[in-house]
Design a protein around this ligand. Structure first.
Ligand code: NAD
Ligand code: TYD
Length: 351
């Protein structure tokens, strides 16, 4: 970075994953005088080809590395002197956390600690933790007037959500004990370009396009509150620049759908038959309903989501149709092994 003066230097961890990469594109586009450094381990979920369009951008630097690697992280902070840190890096898939919780605790909790220690040492302006509504547990299906607010108690169901909640508590502890300037955002389920096809929407799109069965857990009645990924990026941008130190902000756009409604919408858009739907054994500890009350973020920061689910899902399906090589390259040998391991014994068993 010698010789060039940037207004702000921003570390984006996990920027080769789904939301992180969308955030990198968003920030480089919106702030031409910012430097964006992406630190990513390139796990199965990280994909360098996603970042290909910005690799040659002089305002961008990619560093391959583990957020739990204290020496690497400390050296990077020493070299770059970041103003802002936005921590997306995480193990993010609930089903994988049920299979193997250990790496979730390591990356999601200890990785956050390492990043915060370096942030303290090198005095960042703001450490932003990208969290999830899953830390609030779930809501009953029959009480549709209930929503998660920032005051809803933490109450987790999966090793994934427990690891994210532990990280949130640690972030708040660093704020109180060490005065590390922090914010936390808790967002609902995201969808959009570059989402790894192990998550509901890209999994169903990619399988429907190949006329493969669509594995719906249980009866498909669980409800998720869907947000188009760019709306998540605009909220984080506002929180980073204008959010109050120490605060938690909920992000969501009131787009609740049952899983079955989502899958049927995808089938309709792709003109594929409902007979592709296969009901499989339910996820252990499966959360029933997530629903965010985003009024604090709207009121305090003026944030508004701009994409309704009915439009966003069409855009997303179009993206997966237009970018087949991106996801077809991902659905390689390892992915096939994962699919067989995860779903092989579930099909035909609906309880
Ligand atoms: P993702 O799985 O697509 O991407 C995670 C990225 O982190 C990958 O690029 C991976 O290589 C990287 N990574 C993993 N372990 C790492 C490590 N030890 N060091 C450095 N990099 C590492 O995840 P996503 O869906 O983009 O989620 C990003 C963040 O947003 C996560 O913190 C997640 O908890 C949170 N979140 C996700 C959603 C959602 O719907 N996807 C909703 C709310 C919050
Ligand atoms: P997912 O995309 O894994 O996100 P999360 O569990 O973090 O909300 O799953 C979204 C919903 O879709 C969840 O209720 C589980 C369900 N689901 C299926 O029914 N079938 C699948 O193959 C997957 C991956 C998820």
């Amino acid at each position: 970075m010698k010789g060039v003066e940037y207004l702000m230097n921003v570390l984006v961890t996990g920027g080769a994953g789904f939301i992180g990469s969308n955030f990198v594109f968003y920030m480089l586009n919106k702030y031409p005088d910012y430097r964006i450094v992406c630190l990513d381990l390139l796990t199965y979920a990280g994909n360098l080809s996603t970042l290909e369009p910005v690799m040659a951008n002089p305002n961008f630097r990619f560093v391959k590395g583990d957020i739990t690697d204290r020496e690497l992280v400390t050296n990077l902070f020493k070299e770059e002197r970041f103003n802002y840190v936005v921590n997306f890096a995480a193990e993010s898939h609930v089903d994988r956390s049920i299979e193997d919780p250990g790496v979730f605790l390591k990356t999601n909790i200890l990785g956050t600690q390492v990043l915060m220690d370096a942030s303290r040492t090198y005095g960042v302006k703001r450490f932003h933790q990208v969290s999830t509504d899953e830390v609030y547990g779930d809501l009953p299906l029959d009480k549709t007037d209930l929503f998660f607010t920032e005051e809803t108690p933490i109450h987790t169901s999966s090793p994934y959500s427990a690891s994210k909640a532990a990280a949130d508590l640690l972030v708040q502890a660093y704020n109180r004990t060490f005065n590390l300037p922090i914010t936390i955002s808790r967002c609902s389920n995201n969808y959009g370009p570059y989402q790894f096809p192990e998550k509901l929407i890209p999994l169903m799109i990619s399988r429907a396009l190949k006329d493969d069965s669509l594995p719906v857990y249980g009866k498909g009645q669980n409800v998720r509150d869907w947000l188009y990924v760019e709306d998540h990026c605009t909220a984080i941008d506002l929180i980073l620049h204008r959010g109050k130190d120490g605060e938690v902000y909920n992000i969501g756009g009131h787009n609740e759908r049952t899983n079955l409604e989502v899958v049927k919408t995808i089938l309709k858009e792709l003109d594929k038959p409902a007979s592709l739907i296969t009901y499989v054994k339910d996820r252990a500890g499966h959360d029933m309903r997530y629903a965010i009350d985003p009024s604090k973020t709207k009121r305090e920061l003026g944030w508004e989501p701009t994409t309704l689910f009915d439009d966003g899902i069409k855009q997303t399906i179009k993206w997966y149709l237009d970018n087949r090589s991106w996801w077809e390259n991902i659905i390689n040998g390892d992915y096939q092994k994962y699919y067989t391991r995860m779903y092989g014994s579930r099909e035909g068993a609906t309880t």
